[in-house]
Design a protein. Structure first.
Length: 83
């Protein structure tokens, strides 16, 4: 589990935009939000939670993984539909 929780002020005042919300990370990377959360669970992405309970991820982690093709090579397991 992540032991760093950026404060809302640290997130909002980040000079270089180091933290982005999980949905924005998914959109930038062209993957589902489930994939982002799966990568968080597996310890692949650095993440935190703001004071408001919003999950944020390290923008540099996302950009690095996008450059190296790691985002499109990593897929969250598909959910099975019960019939």
């Amino acid at each position: 589990m992540n032991d760093y929780y950026p404060t809302e002020a640290a997130y909002a005042d980040s000079v270089d935009g180091a933290w982005i919300e999980a949905p924005e990370a998914a959109e930038r990377a062209g993957v589902s939000l489930t994939t982002i959360y799966t990568q968080i669970d597996k310890g692949v992405l650095s993440w935190g939670v703001t004071d408001d309970g919003v999950t944020v991820v390290d923008r540099e982690d996302i950009e690095y993984r996008m450059k190296n093709g790691a985002m499109r090579d990593f897929h969250a397991p598909e959910a099975y539909e019960l019939v």
